[in-house]
Design a binder for this molecule. Sequence first.
Ligand SMILES: Nc1ncnc2c1ncn2[C@@H]1O[C@H](COP(=O)(O)OP(=O)(O)O[C@H]2O[C@H](CO)[C@@H](O)[C@H](O)[C@H]2O)[C@@H](O)[C@H]1O
Length: 829
Amino acid sequence: MASIGTVQTAVDSSILRHGRNRHRPIIPILAYRPKKSVDAWGLTNFHTVGFSRNLCEDNDGRLSLYCGSAGWRWRIKFVQATGKGSEEAESGDEQDDALHATIEKSKKVLAMQRDLLKQIAERKKLVSSIKSSIIDPESDELPYEESGGTFSSNRMATTEGDKINEDLDHESLSTSSVHSAVNDVNENPASASSEYSFANMTEPGKDLPHNEISFQSKPERQLKATTSDTVQSQDVPSAPLRSSVTPSPESFSNKNYYKWLNNATETIISDSETSTKVDSDKLKDANVGTTILSDAPSSLKYEKNKDAQESSLEENVKVQDPAGEDVKPPPLAGPNVMNIILVAAECAPWSKTGGLGDVAGALPKALARRGHRVMVVAPRYSNYAEPQNSGVRKIYKVDGQDMEVTYFQAYIDGVDFVFMDSPMFRHIENNIYGGNRVDILKRMVLFCKAAVEVPWLVPCGGFCYGDGNLVFIANDWHTALLPVYLKAYYRDNGLMKYTRSVLVIHNIAHQGRGPVDDFSYVDLPPHYLDLFRLYDPVGGEHFNIFAAGLKAADRVLTVSHGYSWELKTSEGGWGLHGIINENDWKFRGIVNGIDTKDWNPELDIFLQSDGYVNYSLDTLQTGKAQCKAALQKELGLPVCADVPLIGFIGRLDHQKGVDLIAEAVPWMMDQDVQLVMLGTGRPDLEQLLRHFEGVYSDRVRGWVGFSVKTAHRITAGVDILLMPSRFEPCGLNQLYAMCYGTIPVVHAVGGLRDTVQPFNPFEETGLGWTFGRAETNELINALGNCLLTYRQYKKSWEGLQRRGMTQDLSWDNAAQNYEEVLIAAKYQW
Ligand SMILES: Nc1ncnc2c1ncn2[C@@H]1O[C@H](COP(=O)(O)OP(=O)(O)O[C@H]2O[C@H](CO)[C@@H](O)[C@H](O)[C@H]2O)[C@@H](O)[C@H]1O
């Protein structure tokens, strides 16, 4: 006879195997389980459906438990077993008195629930009929509270001090969905009371619990010999981390690109077709159960979680969500549900210097919405409000020194955010890529070494991810060591055999270059040197982290189709085009999406004060005009509705083509326009911004600094956004602009070419203006046409705005494409 424990284990491991462990519907099942003949019931079916938590009898008379919460839906179905074992059980004396009693009881409960469901259905009908007769556009609740942040003066500050990412202080984060169950134990009082404030910096060691617990996970114990080799530090000559090869993307001709695009589309389609052909043996193998760490603290957490979740489950059984039936089931189920860990050096809103932070903050949520179990791992540069100390600590060797890592975590919008705390990451929140080459390299070594072990060490929702169906998504050179460590430390040793890694190229210009001697810092077996060693005519023979990551990763992605094409050219590959071409079979471009909650004129929290207003397609004309006036006022510019207001937001460097705008400024000033530029970066370009503001004080504003709030307000308030980037892997600002009815004028390169279809005045199609070469006269020409349309063809202008605003630019499309790649990687041997 099976024991209660056996049944629990069966249920639990099924849940775990699919990576869904947050809701363990164990107690309610047992409540309906017959006391005596447990064998008469067997778990035969287990898959996701779109229902709320509920226990009921199916049409076929079988007993099912429906359970779940936002994004996670389960049905656990019990049928009477018909096998040999059950026959034996049925023939015994104890045969089923209790079983019948239980079934009777269950039937009564089910009948009650059926009644309840009927009532709910009727009420729903009533509600929807009322709704259809009364449409109140203002009734939508906003998910955020007003930030309350305001500028201290009408003029924009331009001092160095503005470089502090001050707006993050004001950002109100959605904390309602933060799950705190895992923090019941080992919680650090210091971190629990921490504010989301840079003033409240943690001193080294302050967050560490007094009782040192150092977990030794299974793989770690087995690998000790591999990973603990001490490497001597060596003096190395300094070399630039960036390649100095400058591409001339003018040669990325549209004709060649579109020809390539046609072929590539065909390849992608056939690729995804083959990836869905699943070898069932491999599938079985890959589905090995997720390992649960049995270390005391994790199990303790599990017990506590279990209680919490069981009681909430009971509550939920009592209070059914009538809307539950309408919730779409997650599109995936079974073997294709992945455990996904995205690893990035920055993650918005906690840390952000550019687009990578935006992607790391938003893509995981979209993947989670598709039904995957998703984690983000990022460094903890400062005291963040939501993530709490998990109590898990571990020491890693970096350049022969012991470096301790502590993990903080939060569960937000369906994603486990895990932040790695270490003295190496502290006090650099305003300059996260700062320090000399070796400092940065050592930080990334620690980050990647530790990140590979997170699935074994950090229990999220009570359980570690383990390595079943696991795929890492590494981003840019900072985390390109991760695929290499996964291979060298684990897969070469027969461990984490089914774990895959995908490396995403957001910007090939930064590669983690150095002298070949840098190899000593990465702590790898000598034969791995070849992965890193690269020769190019500019840098000569050197050590290149991106090169090694590209070779070691199971799949390589980049952030647009256009950029994926450019990366294969000698102009666009920045010395890595050879490797990318050799690995073309595993390489693909997927255009970024945007976070449609954060970047949405209807919901934008930065448009709720200081004269700004939220607006939609319906209120575009009035709402956007109001935002423009508020921006002009805030900047101290004349408030004129008819004067075109032009904007630029971005890093001030060669890539973004700020110098082209600078060259065009005298021409612009003759056109009766206003210009606002927000950016930080190269000191000479920062100085240029200040200079223009000084010279054209009634028409130009140059904000030197990083301000998320100002970026949102500029996006809403300006009429035109300039992006004359020399190269642009994807570009997010033009996407944000289009959502806000702001018209982009862009150099047709990389992702800009993919996302901004040029305006065609004859057919009234297109989304903005593009120009073919990164040259000032081309920019002027495109901007001239744009201004003409703004002034003389109001209808066409409105058409452009409307087309931009009605696009689906959400991450959901991109997430689906990522999923294809992750699944293809999973079945790749
Ligand atoms: N001074 C400032 N103050 C406030 N916010 C500022 C700011 N400067 C920039 N930002 C914000 O940073 C982000 C920049 O996004 P981009 O896509 O242009 O970035 P970036 O070149 O960093 O990223 C790289 O990665 C991304 C993501 O894949 C690619 O889209 C891109 O082409 C590639 O170069 C935007 O959200 C923008 O608003």
